[in-house]
Design a protein around this ligand. Structure first.
Ligand code: SF4
Length: 474
């Protein structure tokens, strides 16, 4: 247990979420189709939306309006992200927790939770198991507990990067952990994390108090809301936000996420690197209010509206969702998914047949192996990517936007996706997936104009495939 947290807010700290205003935006009449088309045109021009515009998209629920929403979100996703889908794996390292969040199986008062903190040796074994499957990008996840302080988490990050297994290595480690103070953020930044991810769970103040309990550390709304400002002020580049849909009116929490992005862009010149939109799932010992459960049709609208509201922000869809839902919403704006995920502590090395709910924070909807998900993506025409180039080339935060906005990123993303895909096909894929991958790569290359760039890429792919070279990033 290291130094106590200094509960000092950032210079920018303020509670920018005005519940009444957001609720009043949602109580207006739906926009007409002309207004809707104006807003969609702004999104398609790749301009982030204002909160009133996002609210109008949320109110536009006629079949015709929803059809236009989906079509625009699909087009925007293709124009900014092409057909690439970035892959990662979650790795839970400790589920001790001092909080008592109603919706979580790791809550302090759940006697059935099997409590565990992986040792560094166990952590290395998990990382090796993930590398041996082909993963290159991880997110480390922790409960909130004095044992999981910045020093401990920084050590876990360094340990993950240090594991090498054959051609396998982890090239980007993101974390999802409780808010740090400024010194803590500087420490984890120095350990080399990619994205620092934190979810407000819900932006609705009364619901936030009800599900977290004001006397719990997580019950401090402003301390959590201000976390990303402290992270930016401590030098963190890439940050991720999220909400747990089903705790309150999903439309309100979409406005909360968009308000958060607008606030960060206005204050720090750069918005979130990623947005996550997990839906509540069954969790052992959790107390869930069914009143706000989000159905599949609303979930699709939610994904499309977030896509349209924040054109350049990565969107993360996790294995909470079942394969059918995942397959469908990928088209509306998702840019990152996890695959082959196990969220039990030690789950990547311990032969678990079924999910063990007393060892998981919530129930997963998609437990298919990585290779199966890869093959489905390839057969659906997506380019699965393990790219980490921007982070490792310093194209992060504002610098990432300098590349993303003018569209340069495409010239880098597709080649990087194809080189990391070729590594996976060469080192880890099943014969069926290798075949599907070879077909897709040929199709992608044929889309590229003849010339030096294509020749250079073809040469790199050949060197990876035939000469065992690796990590030929752009
Ligand atoms: S959601 Fe996080 S902080 Fe809350 S009980 Fe679960 S692990 Fe702890």
């Amino acid at each position: 247990m290291g130094r106590p947290i200094v509960r000092q807010l950032s210079a920018a700290a303020r509670d920018f979420i005005d519940d009444e205003r957001l609720l009043s935006l949602l109580s207006r009449p739906a926009p007409d189709l002309a207004r809707l088309d104006d807003i969609l045109a702004k999104s398609l021009a790749k301009e982030p939306l204002e909160i009133e515009e996002t609210a109008d998209l949320l109110l536009a629920d006629s079949p015709e309006a929803v059809q236009r929403l989906f079509a625009a979100a699909h087009r925007l996703k293709s124009e900014v992200y092409g057909n690439r889908i970035v892959l990662f794996a979650p790795l839970y390292l400790g589920n001790r927790c001092i909080n008592d969040c109603r919706y979580c199986a790791f809550r302090r008062s759940n006697p059935e939770a099997v409590r565990r903190t992986l040792s560094l040796g166990e952590t290395r074994a998990q990382v090796k198991a993930l590398e041996d499957k082909g993963h290159k990008r991880l997110i480390l996840v922790f409960g909130e507990h004095p044992e999981y302080d910045a020093e401990f988490i920084a050590e876990c990050v360094r340990a993950a990067y240090a594991v090498k297994s054959g051609p396998g290595e982890i090239r980007r480690v993101n974390i999802n952990a409780a808010p740090f103070d400024r010194e803590g953020f500087a420490l984890i930044k120095a350990a080399g994390i990619g994205t620092y991810q934190i979810f407000m769970e819900t932006y609705h103040h009364a619901t936030y108090r009800a599900v977290h309990g004001e006397h719990n550390r997580k019950g401090d709304y402003l301390w959590r809301l201000d976390a990303l400002s402290r992270a930016f002020e401590a030098g963190q580049d890439d940050i991720g936000i999220g909400a747990l849909f089903g705790l309150y009116d999903w439309r309100f929490d979409v406005l909360g996420l968009v308000s958060h992005a607008i606030f960060l862009r206005a204050r720090y010149g750069v918005g979130p690197h990623t947005i996550s939109f997990p839906r509540l799932q069954p969790a052992k010992g959790a107390v869930i209010d069914e009143a706000w459960r989000v159905g599949d049709d609303d979930f699709k609208r939610l994904v499309a509206i977030l896509r349209l509201s924040a054109p350049y922000t990565g969107m993360i869809l996790t294995a909470r969702e079942n394969p059918e839902v995942r397959r469908e919403v990928l088209a509306f704006g998702v840019s990152q998914i996890d695959a082959g995920s196990r969220i039990e502590l030690g789950g990547y090395t311990e032969q678990l047949c079924e999910q063990e709910l007393d060892r998981e924070q919530f129930m997963l909807g998609d437990v298919r192996p990585l290779d199966v998900v890869m093959r489905e993506l390839l057969q659906d025409g997506y380019v699965p990517s393990f790219c980490t180039a921007c982070y490792r080339k310093g194209r992060t935060g504002e610098h990432f936007m300098e590349f993303a906005v003018p569209g340069f990123i495409k010239q880098l993303c597709t080649p990087n996706a194809l080189t990391t895909l070729t590594e996976y096909l060469t080192d880890y894929a099943s014969p069926e997936t290798r075949e599907a991958g070879a077909r897709l790569i040929e199709a992608e290359l044929s889309k590229m104009p003849e010339g030096r760039a294509r020749l250079e890429l073809e040469d790199r792919l050949r060197r990876i495939r035939d000469e065992g070279e690796h990590d030929l990033l752009y």
